[in-house]
Design a protein around this ligand. Structure first.
Ligand SMILES: [Zn+2]
Length: 128
């Protein structure tokens, strides 16, 4: 089975996605305008191949407002893989960037490893 084609979303649906977290990216929490909105699938669309209901995958419950950088980095990751990838950033930077290594050596950049909590999780916690 091939990956289902991404559904074309109407402006009304896109506005509803944008309003889901009050014009904020569901992941990093930055403010978003309609023009900046990327509609992410919380559970990646290709999960349809593993028997996930396409109607759920293409529903408001699964649509997440996202900024360009979060959407680009999350790509087809699940929430938990996306979280792990962000948490590993200091190690990745340390491995790949001599600029980062130098900046940490001189203490002008200090890595602060911690568990990543997404904006939508903080919002949901505050609603409880
Ligand atoms: Zn973001």
């Amino acid at each position: 089975m091939s990956v289902p084609k991404r559904k074309q979303l109407s402006k009304a649906i896109r506005l509803e996605v944008l309003n889901k977290y009050d014009n904020h990216c569901a992941y990093c929490g930055c403010e978003l305008t309609y023009e900046q909105l990327n509609v992410d699938h919380k559970i990646p669309l290709y999960y349809a191949e593993f028997g996930y209901d396409i109607n759920y995958l293409e529903s408001m419950d699964n649509y997440m407002p996202s900024c360009r950088s979060c959407n680009k980095y999350k790509t087809t990751y699940t929430i938990e893989t996306f979280r792990k990838m962000i948490e590993k950033q200091p190690d990745i930077l340390n491995r790949d960037s001599s600029t980062y290594r130098l900046a940490t050596k001189f203490g002008v950049v200090t890595p602060t490893p911690h568990k990543v909590k997404f904006y939508f999780e903080k919002v949901e916690e505050n609603l409880k």
